[in-house]
Design a binder for this molecule. Structure first.
Ligand code: GAP
Length: 489
């Protein structure tokens, strides 16, 4: 909290600091995560030296590792370990007819109201009891403008949140193109090519991980709502009629995935969207919500939608003049064909990273280390699931003596053939443990004089400290790879 005011003005970009409206949850405030992310190199405001840009973030070295691990786990669970899902990597800027057919040019709009006095714009998330509620959960209707205090609002109007650009040197309407606002449409546009090339039979899925862009009216709450973010989406194509049961299965599978990677059960809930709030393409949508420490409280972590045959029919009609153009065989002989229905589990990498960080963050008041070197004040332990932790282990030579450094560097080089490994020889061992705890490193491997001389312990052994229990174990250097493999699997 001490450094937040100055940090926030930078993190939010010019003019956006007032929207920095975090509240404490039962456990951890957003400020703690923002602070940690900046201090330890997870996330920085984009181009911070110029004051940042609202809704854009640069991921630092540890953030990149965390995001890579989230994406790798998703890829492993939903593609590698299944026989029915394949991946693509489509273009961010594609033929604009894709976005006309999908309905995004017409429908991908947020409702906004503008303060006539200061011209600040606010996104209206819902209209409740005749009142406009902002994206942050504020009742704006008869309220003063949060920016200037006036009570002079325009009527709500639509604002299309797709970013526009031009393809080629001429800035004309014909050359207008869009930065994709979701990864899903690349999948629909490639449905037939992928199905035929891979000889896929229903049900099957096409997965994609990649950047999406939305010109959000009110980005905020750190990386929860940004203008550039990453999505991990699957379009799972099924026979019409099988869609309801497949939908339920995907909701359960995705919920289980978050739990398996450490999100707390009581911080997750499943919310079925009411009919009147469904997107134009959806027959049913269930959001997996997380208890984010934001004003709104519970908020969408991911959504699972039954998109019916809407998208494939739209593209069939638009690209081929026939809504049935992308029909696929639904029987074994391939005689009967129908346009498949699609179940879409869609999640944001950045929002998932935020949830994992929030649930991993623990503060130990008064310090938890018993060594005399420990600093007896607040200690932070980031109890990330080992599969998500940026570094799997840290190698810590007890001192900078060359005989310890040589062995420690050899160990680091060996383990680095399999994992991201940190190496730290600066400062007392207590401080180094503390630094590793704060970034979530599950194991600290200490090389000391017993490692090279073997007085109290057998020569050639190291001590391995567990982040969560702080228990220390002696492990022979030659066994370290196998030991770590077992612990991480
Ligand atoms: N293809 C469907 C689709 O894009 P969505 O609910 O708009 O659905 C899916 O987005 C997920 O993408 C969300 O659940 C969230 O995790 C993430 N997401 C959406 N907008 C975001 C934003 N502005 N910033 C960060 N993540 C976002």
């Amino acid at each position: 909290p001490r450094i937040i005011p100055s940090l926030c003005s930078v993190m939010c970009g010019a003019g956006l600091a007032k929207r920095w409206n975090f509240v404490m949850s039962d456990k951890v405030s957003m400020e703690s995560i923002v602070n940690l992310c900046k201090r330890r190199g997870f996330v920085f405001p984009s181009a911070e030296i110029y004051g940042g840009l609202g809704g854009f973030w640069d991921w630092g070295p540890l953030g990149v590792l965390l995001k890579n691990n989230i994406k790798a786990e998703w890829q492993k669970t939903f593609v590698q370990q299944r026989n029915d899902v394949v991946s693509i990597d489509g273009a961010i800027v594609t033929n604009p007819r894709v976005w006309e057919a999908s309905g995004h040019v017409k429908n991908f709009a947020d409702k906004l109201v503008e303060c006539r006095q200061c011209h600040h714009r606010y996104k209206i998330d819902v209209l409740k009891d005749g009142k406009w509620i902002s994206a942050e959960g504020k009742d704006l209707h008869e309220k003063d403008c949060p920016s200037c205090g006036a009570q002079n609002w325009t009527e709500p109007k639509d604002f299309n949140t797709m970013f526009r650009t031009f393809v080629g040197p001429v800035e004309s309407t014909e050359n207008t193109a869009y930065l994709r606002p979701e990864t899903a449409q690349n999948i629909f546009a490639n449905f037939q090519s992928v199905r035929e090339a891979l000889r896929l039979k229903l049900p099957f899925g096409i997965a994609q991980v990649g950047k999406a862009f939305r010109n959000e009216i009110t980005p905020g709450n750190f990386i929860f709502r940004s203008r550039e973010f990453e999505q991990m989406e699957i379009e799972y194509f099924v026979k019409p009629g099988d869609d309801d049961s497949q939908f339920e299965t995907w909701v359960e599978t995705c919920h289980a995935w978050f739990l398996s990677l450490g999100l707390k059960k009581d911080h997750l809930r499943l919310i079925k969207q009411p009919k009147e709030e469904l997107a134009h393409y959806s027959k049913a949508t269930t959001d997996i919500e997380f208890a984010f420490p934001i004003e709104k409280g519970w908020a969408e972590l991911m959504g699972i939608a039954n998109r019916t045959d809407y998208d494939l029919k739209q593209h069939g009609q638009s690209a081929k003049g026939d809504p049935e153009a992308f029909a696929a065989p639904i029987d074994v002989e391939g005689k009967e064909k129908k346009v498949p229905f699609v179940i879409e589990p869609s999640m944001g990498v950045d929002r998932a990273a935020l949830a994992f960080l929030l649930d991993a963050y623990e503060v130990v008041q008064g310090g938890r280390s018993t060594t005399t070197e420990s600093i007896k004040e607040e200690e932070v332990v980031l109890k990330l699931h080992p599969k998500l932790a940026p570094y799997k282990a840290a190698i810590l030579p007890l001192s900078k003596k060359p005989q310890l450094q040589t062995v420690a560097q050899e160990i680091a080089a060996t383990l680095r053939t399999n994992w991201m490994i940190d190496y730290d020889e600066a400062g007392s061992i207590g401080k180094r443990y503390r630094r590793e705890d704060e970034i979530g490193t599950p194991f600290c491997i200490t090389v000391d004089f017993d490692t090279v001389e073997g007085v109290k312990r057998p020569k050639g052994t190291v001590t391995v400290r567990d982040r969560d229990t702080m228990a220390q174990e002696n492990v022979a250097i030659g066994d370290l790879t196998g030991w770590l493999q077992t612990k991480l699997s």
